[in-house]
Design a protein around this ligand. Structure first.
Ligand code: G6P
Length: 610
């Protein structure tokens, strides 16, 4: 969490900082600040609040044109959101911004305090500034002091640093947290994420672990751990500035909900061969790889973990591979048996989630092959996994994931089909049915569901009057319910629980009162009868029921107060149509409640702390 940015060059740095920070706000948005160097003087302006608060503060404390600056938008970890805890932090000759957590900051702080450092904030970041400054005091060299200081730090960090006496230069280093360098016609940049730099340039380099970088208007030098210097090998991103803008939609979330038609196709089309069969050779994965898999452990957080539950169902049903889904933060404390033939699949939209990364590293340390299903390219998880399959969803800005989750599910579905086909569990015709359905029926179903906006609005109008909502479903619909409940909770702040429909009667049904909203999902024909019994159980206790179900079911008129019909062109189409409905219902609910949809309170999109 937290977003950092830096620039040095020939243009005015301040508008660049403001523009980049406004894009980075999705990473955290409880305080914001910049430090600018002009005529060898470093000026810091920072405050609690969002970019608008900083703009206001800059009106009272203007920074004159300057060509070298760093900036930060914060998601509080050590010390609450406040002016004094906002970054940048300055100690002595060092001014820095930080994304990550210094785990041993307490010990470092005590020893630095014993040397006389007077800390003004509660942050671990100020301790990092003090430590680098302490090293600089006796080494008098920025790169050497950064190197010495990071040797003493435990945890994750990406720093952007200004040193007094080094005008026009920005230094940076990363370990665990992401950092991108970029080269534009008017100078050099750094940022936590390339999307923040798209307004300025497309040429980038993803800094590697422990690499230190020194940027000036004349160039970028990477200093390796042996002290040797290399020039970055710039790459060109395929992302466009428009992809990180709202494009006429009122929210990024709405835009991203709509983008799912296209994203679903992009995620699967490169993996379908000319005969219409699954083929991951463009990802460097051949049939032999799939054949060797005897068991799969899926590890992820939040919605990515929910996508894993959809994948688990397909991997077991289609490919007959025993699959377990783990919450990444729990994986190491109760590590599963990882026998010969195991594959650990980590799923992550951002490619930077600390818990998922830790689980990936655990698997690697234990010699288990790893595969990452990841959206953001060249991120730590993508780089460290033995193999990676990109979901190609494009930049996702809204904190609540939609297209990220959708494409994780499409890719996992296709992986299941690939394993099933390679191991003879699916013949060509059935495998082709699945690929064609993912390629054609799914986007068509999404398109159809996008037109039901008025119905989602009507459902939302009812939900906003309640404090508690339940989603229920069986089989894959239980997995969808979990995602639906998370979506509603995270953006509307309405308490929502997902229950396996058959499990309600073992306790939770006691919470059903007259009027309690219960949303039942039914994408599986064979399960409808049983789910319908559960619906009757809650209806007879006064629940208001919304049914999101297949359009080909004969639904008794008194089964539900509202029915959202799902297209049934194929199983895949029905499931992804339901996904669209649950996302849109959450969106409409949050909209009616006036919530900050793209930036829900207390959350951040990229969670780089464990
Ligand atoms: C955060 C986001 C969730 C996301 C989870 C995992 O909590 O708010 O929407 O599902 O992280 O993120 P990842 O980037 O690993 O998919």
């Amino acid at each position: 969490m937290c977003g950092i940015i830096g620039y040095t060059g020939t243009a005015n740095a301040i508008p660049k900082m403001m523009k980049g920070l406004s894009v980075l706000e999705y990473r955290g948005y409880d305080s914001v600040g910049i430090a600018a160097e002009r005529d060898s003087q470093i000026q810091i302006v920072k405050c609690k609040g969002r970019i608008g608060a900083l703009e206001e503060k800059l009106r009272d404390h203007p920074i004159e044109d300057c060509h070298c600056a760093i900036g930060h938008t914060r998601w509080a970890t050590h010390g609450g959101p406040s002016d004094k805890n906002a970054h940048p932090h300055r100690i002595g000759a060092v001014t820095l911004v930080h994304n990550g957590i210094i785990e041993n900051y307490k010990d470092l702080r005590s020893s630095l305090a014993a040397k006389g450092v007077n800390f003004l904030s509660e942050t671990d970041t100020e301790v990092a500034a003090a430590l680098i400054n302490d090293c600089f005091f006796h080494l008098s060299d920025p790169v050497a002091s950064i190197r010495e200081a990071i040797e003493m730090m435990k945890g994750a960090f990406a720093f952007g640093i200004l040193f007094e006496g080094y005008p026009g230069e920005v230094f940076a280093v990363r370990r665990g947290s992401p950092l991108i360098l970029a080269h534009g016609s008017d100078g050099y940049y750094l940022a936590s994420d390339m999307t923040a730099l798209l307004p300025f340039t497309k040429e980038y380099y993803a800094l590697k672990e422990n690499q230190i970088v020194r940027l000036s208007s004349g160039g970028a030098k990477i200093i390796l751990s042996d002290g040797s210097k290399v020039t970055p090998e710039w790459k060109i991103t395929t992302m466009t500035p428009e992809s990180a803008q709202k494009g006429g939609y009122s929210h990024f979330m709405l835009k991203e909900i709509h983008e799912q038609r296209e994203a679903a196709v992009k995620s699967v089309s490169p993996r379908i061969d000319k005969n219409g069969l699954p083929d991951f050779s463009s990802d460097g994965i051949d049939k032999d790889f799939w054949k060797k898999i005897k068991a799969i452990q899926i590890v992820a957080c939040g919605s990515a973990m929910h996508a894993g539950l959809v994948g688990q169902r397909m991997l077991e049903d289609l490919a007959k591979v025993p699959t377990t889904v783990h919450i990444a933060s729990e994986f190491r404390y109760h590590p599963p048996m990882l026998p010969e033939g195991s594959l650990v699949v980590v799923i992550s939209q951002s490619g930077e989630t600390a818990d998922t990364l830790a689980a990936l590293r655990y698997a690697k340390e234990n010699g288990v092959p790893t595969l990452a299903v990841v959206n953001a390219v060249e991120t730590t998880i993508a780089r460290e996994a033995d193999r990676r399959i990109y979901t190609f969803a494009g930049p996702e800005i809204a904190v609540a994931t939609t297209k990220g989750y959708c494409t994780q599910a499409t890719v996992l579905w296709l992986i299941a089909a690939a394993i099933a086909h390679t191991t003879g569990k699916l013949d060509d015709a059935r495998a082709r049915n699945i690929t064609q359905s993912l390629l054609k029926d799914v986007p068509a179903a999404i398109e159809k569901m996008l037109k039901l906006e008025n119905q989602y609005h009507k459902i939302a109008r009812n939900l906003i009057n309640h404090e508690h909502v339940f989603y229920i479903g069986r089989g894959i619909d239980y997995a969808l319910s979990m995602e639906a409940a998370l979506k509603l909770k995270e953006i509307s702040y309405i308490h929502c629980e997902a229950y396996a429909a058959g499990e309600l009667k073992h306790g939770t049904i006691s919470l059903i009162e007259p009027g309690t909203p219960v949303i039942a999902i039914c994408t599986e024909k064979e399960l409808f009868e049983k789910t319908e019994s559960n619906i009757r159980e809650v209806r007879s206790r006064g629940a208001q029921v919304t049914l999101i179900c297949r359009e080909d079911l004969a639904i008794p008129a008194d089964s539900a107060d509202e029915i959202v019909s799902l297209p049934t062109d194929s199983d895949e189409a029905t499931v992804f149509a339901a996904i669209l409905a649950i996302q849109y219902i959450a969106y409409e609910t949050a909209l009616l409640l006036g919530c900050d949809i793209d930036r829900p309170r207390n959350l951040a999109k990229s969670v780089t702390v464990e």
